[in-house]
Design a protein around this ligand. Sequence first.
Ligand code: NAD
Length: 287
Amino acid sequence: MELLNGNEVSNLIRASIKEEVLKRKAEGKKTPHLAAILVGADGASMTYVAAKEKDCIEVGFDSTVLRFDASISEEALIAEVEKINQDKNIDGLIVQLPLPKHINEKRITEAISYKKDVDGFHPMNVGMMFKGLKTFLPATPFGILKLIEHYQIETSGKNCVIIGRSDIVGKPMSALMLQKNCTVTVCHSKTKNLSDFTRQADIIIAAIGVPLFLKADMVKEGAVVIDVGITRVDNPTNKKGYSLKGDVDFEALASKCSFITPVPGGVGPMTRVGLLLNTLDAADLPK
Ligand code: NAD
């Protein structure tokens, strides 16, 4: 079994982004600039935005965080998005989700210029991705592709089972694995006899948010297992009072797999570099 070490691979990619930014600066090119909109004071969202800001600064990008009170109206938020769409100095814009209930997330996502949509959530970018055209890929599937490529995992002709069909992970992942010549099956909460599918899989990507869902008897010998899930599980023995658990029963499965991601330290750090890579690309798009 070989560990798919997201910490190690993401550090290599960060180092190359850092180098690229220094080169850009030396050549007088634009410094990539990511803006993030944070609405309200949800603890998890604040943590995610702070991490994205730190990542940007660390690789030499410019970073702007715009914070708004949870009471901001949908119209006022759209006006803020439009201001950033027009700002030639800003290359990428993300709006941290979830938004307060009175704001329609779909409307906000669609208000972001697709040329600055470094989350890859805009329908234009989703369509381009499904057609296999160059565009911003959603950060988690993008990070997973980078991990697969780094470890030179063979995908052509392989059976790939994706568990979960969310817009941000499962669905885009299915399109991308199809483009990598896998035979793709997407399983979800309504799938019957799910283990009949996973037992046939050469590659399994689990993205459901059910801790330790994938058990050893659901996986064939030599499978590649990629665990996207992150769930906080109470753990009074841990200083924080919780531990992070993936969707995969790592302890039980690891010895059966050819490759497997740990949680934490697998897909999570790769997602973070996915966003950085998109922002770097965005800096070269005409505004
Ligand atoms: P989601 O929460 O939007 O949807 C869950 C999906 O799982 C649905 O499609 C549902 O059909 C499926 N599902 C739920 N229970 C199931 C079951 N028992 N059997 C089969 N399918 C089932 O999904 P999401 O936003 O893609 O998040 C999934 C998990 O991945 C969460 O734990 C989330 O925190 C994590 N996540 C991690 C990263 C990362 O960077 N590591 C990024 C995004 C999401």
